[in-house]
Write a protein that binds this ligand. Structure first.
Ligand SMILES: [Zn+2]
Length: 260
C-alpha cells in the first residue's frame, strides 16, 4: 500500500519495511544495517535504532521523505545521544537522523562510508552482495533463541547485505576505524560466534580467501599449517594475521582512510 505513515510503532519489522517503502517511493534505494540486521542473521542482540545505508547524494532526499512520513526531527541537537561524541563512542555519528522517540532514532548512513565497494543497490544474487530480509533462508539460529523467521513476504521488500558480504564489510570498517575503537570487531565477532558454520554462512567457503584465517581464528578451529606457520616455523600471531589481512586489502585498494 503506497504512502506509509509512521504511527509511533516500535522498532519492528513493519517499521523497517515502512522506512524502506518510504525511501523507495522517494527514489532512494536503501539497505538495512547494524544491530537489527544482526537479528535477521540469527544473532540474539539488542537494538536501539533503525539504521539504513543510502546513496551519498540521496541523504537529504531520504531525510525529507522520512520527515514527511511522520518521523520527528531531532529536537535535542547537541544533547542528542546520537550527536554527542563523548557518549557516541562505539559507532560513527550518522550524517542525518530522525527520531522514533526521544531515545530511539532512524539513522541514515552514506554508501561511501559503509559499503563503499557495493556495485549496485539492486538485489542480484549472482554477485553475492545483497538479499532481501524476507528471504526464506533467514534467519539461522544455532542457539534456538532470537527471531525465528525473516520479514513476512507481504511486507515491502527490505534490502540487506548477505551474511558473507556484511561480514567482510564490517571487517574492512574495523581497519578503517582502528584508531577510534568503534565496535566493528564485536559485530564480526557475533558473526563468527552465532552465524558462521550455519546454513546461511560458511566463512571458509563464502568469504574471500584473505578473510578466512581471521574467521577461523575466531572460531578456534585452528589454522592450516600453510597459513599458520611462518618461514621460521613459528605460529603467526593474531597481530600478524591482522597485519597480513590489512596489507592484502590495502594492496587491493579495498580500505578507506579514517573518517575525519
Ligand atoms: Zn537526535
Amino acid at each position: 500500500m503506497p504512502g506509509y505513515k509512521f504511527k509511533g510503532e516500535g522498532l519492528c519489522d513493519e517499521l523497517f519495511a515502512g522506512i524502506s517503502q518510504t525511501l523507495d517511493e522517494a527514489g532512494v534505494p536503501s539497505i538495512l544495517w547494524s544491530e537489527y540486521l544482526l537479528t535477521l542473521y540469527g544473532v540474539p542482540t539488542v537494538y536501539w535504532s533503525a539504521d539504513f545505508i543510502v546513496p551519498d547524494d540521496k541523504i537529504s532526499t531520504a531525510y525529507e521523505a522520512l520527515r514527511e512520513a511522520g518521523f520527528p526531527e531531532c529536537s535535542q541537537f547537541a544533547d542528542c545521544r546520537l550527536c554527542d561524541k563523548t557518549s557516541r563512542k562505539y559507532w560513527p555519528v550518522p550524517p542525518a537522523h530522525l527520531h522514533r522517540d526521544d531515545f530511539e532514532v532512524i539513522s541514515l548512513f552514506k554508501k561511501s562510508e559503509t559499503l563503499w565497494n557495493l556495485s549496485s543497490f539492486e538485489v542480484d544474487r549472482s554477485n553475492g552482495e545483497l538479499m532481501f530480509a524476507s528471504d526464506p533462508l533467514l534467519p539461522h539460529t544455532k542457539q534456538g533463541v532470537g527471531r525465528m523467521t525473516g520479514f513476512a513476504p507481504d511486507l515491502h521488500p527490505v534490502r540487506i547485505p548477505t551474511p558473507a558480504y556484511g561480514t567482510e564489510a564490517v571487517i574492512k570498517l574495523s581497519f578503517r576505524d582502528e584508531e577510534v575503537d568503534y565496535a566493528w570487531d564485536i559485530l564480526y565477532g557475533y558473526m563468527a560466534e552465532y552465524v558462521d558454520r550455519s546454513d546461511i554462512l560458511d566463512s571458509q567457503k563464502d568469504l574471500k580467501p584473505e578473510f578466512r584465517p581471521l574467521m577461523r581464528w575466531l572460531n578456534s578451529t585452528g589454522l592450516t599449517p600453510a597459513e599458520d606457520i611462518n618461514a621460521d616455523g613459528k605460529c603467526i600471531s593474531k597481530l600478524a594475521m591482522f597485519k597480513k589481512l590489512e596489507d592484502i586489502l590495502k594492496s587491493q585498494n579495498e580500505l578507506k582512510p579514517p573518517l575525519v
